[in-house]
Design a protein around this ligand. Structure first.
Ligand SMILES: Cc1cc2nc3c(=O)[nH]c(=O)nc-3n(C[C@H](O)[C@H](O)[C@H](O)COP(=O)(O)OP(=O)(O)OC[C@H]3O[C@@H](n4cnc5c(N)ncnc54)[C@H](O)[C@@H]3O)c2cc1C
Length: 365
């Protein structure tokens, strides 16, 4: 039993999972959220790895992700309109599963809503010997520990001067959906202006959830429709929903995730381009590590913070390397690069063992 209240900055999915872990372990906690309530994102989906799904189901049996998420059984990667790589394996029941961000948020926060202080913007943080003080625009909170789970523009990170590196892609992400017989196959196109992901998604009907990343300022609907024609994508555009979002994409990574009685997790510590569908999965990986060592971490025992930082930073550096290489290779490649990438993926396609290794890696948080 841990008597000191634990503070969590941010009521995103990662903050909610931390709340669930603390509740399970009977640790008192408070979540501080700047929005006045949950802000819905109707067309946002996330693809969760098998490891994330098993972990979330283990936290709360009502989560039951296998019941309502949509499994991806195959992933097809295209360089423009040429199919270069198909990822699927008989050994794997599914690569990952797609679920609505809103529905996931609802399930994660079920049972912990009363712990959230909505409409409080964090303005000042003081880290003292035995406590952490968090001053918001409404009141002062005192806790024995603080988790910074306040997302891509984390205030915890900036107020405490965590060192970080940032990489701006000059792209925005827009989301939408379109009715489609998806056959549980995900498609990812690497185009000149960014990536287009079509993820199988069931919600009453079958849809493709669309994540359209672009570096142009053109109207996303018109641009997407042009791409559908250019790349011969087989969807019925009359059922296309409005594009929402316009999320500015950046990659950022802190060089150290811990400071005194404060740990950063989720997007506050690392944010990636959505092309690999990994940011939330890695954030869930952070919470898995915290759950395993919860009391050591809360009491700053046995080098637990150092271990957390080392393990999670290693994983994030590997993922950074993969995503930055993919981004570098696919954004504006020359003719020669084009040939190498296309042929390289085709070559990979002929090697089931290597493909299984890729699937295995992509499914570990
Ligand atoms: C289009 C798109 C598609 C994506 N697809 C995938 C995918 O398929 N798979 C995947 O793994 N990831 C995906 N991601 C990434 C994933 O959505 C994020 O990694 C994840 O939602 C981050 O969760 P979080 O809880 O860390 O942060 P957030 O969800 O950003 O939550 C942070 C919370 O902190 C609050 N907050 C911020 N500042 C303050 C403050 N000063 N005071 C109090 N509260 C504050 C915010 O209001 C927010 O509620 C995608 C991202 C995008 C943009």
């Amino acid at each position: 039993m841990h008597d000191n209240k634990v503070l969590i900055a941010g009521a995103g999915i990662v903050g909610g999972i931390l709340g669930k872990i603390l509740k399970q372990n009977k640790v008192p906690f408070q979540i501080i959220e700047k929005e006045k309530g949950y802000r819905a994102n109707p067309n946002r989906t996330v693809a969760l790895t098998k490891e994330s799904i098993v972990f979330l189901n283990s936290l709360d049996e009502k989560m039951d992700l296998n019941e309502w998420s949509t499994p991806i059984k195959q992933m097809r990667l295209y360089k423009d309109d040429t199919l270069n790589l198909e990822l699927s394996s008989d050994d794997y029941e599914k690569l990952s599963s797609v679920c609505s961000l809103d529905e996931l948020h609802k399930k994660v926060f079920d049972g912990i809503e009363e712990h959230i202080c909505y409409g409080e913007n964090i303005e000042k943080i003081q880290s003292l010997k035995s406590k952490v003080l968090v001053q918001t625009d409404k009141q002062k909170h005192e806790g024995g520990f603080l988790f910074g789970a306040d997302g891509i523009n984390s205030k915890v990170r900036s107020l405490l001067n965590f060192k970080q590196e940032e990489w701006f892609y000059g792209q925005k992400a827009y989301v939408s959906k379109v009715e489609a017989k998806h056959k549980n196959i995900a498609h990812q196109y690497f185009t000149k202006s960014g990536t287009i992901a079509l993820l199988p998604y069931d919600k009453g009907k079958e849809y493709f959830s669309i994540i359209f990343c672009t570096n142009t300022t053109l109207d996303p609907t018109e641009q997407f429709q042009d791409y559908v024609k250019e790349l011969n994508i087989n969807i019925n555009l009359t059922t296309l929903d409005n594009f929402e979002g316009g999320f500015d994409l950046k990659h950022q990574r802190v060089s150290k995730m811990n400071y005194e009685k404060i740990l950063l997790c989720g997007d506050a510590a690392n944010t990636f381009h959505p092309m690999a569908g990994q940011s939330l999965n890695l954030g869930i990986g952070d919470t898995m590590n915290i759950k395993e060592n919860l009391f050591d971490i809360l009491m700053s025992k046995n080098e637990s913070h150092h271990q957390y930082n080392k393990k999670r930073s290693n994983k994030n550096i590997q993922m950074t390397w993969i995503i930055q290489s993919l981004h570098g290779a696919f954004s504006n490649p020359s003719f020669i690069q084009d040939l190498i990438i296309g042929n390289g993926m085709k070559l990979l396609n002929q090697h089931p063992k290597i493909k299984e290794k890729i699937i295995d890696y992509a499914n570990r948080n």
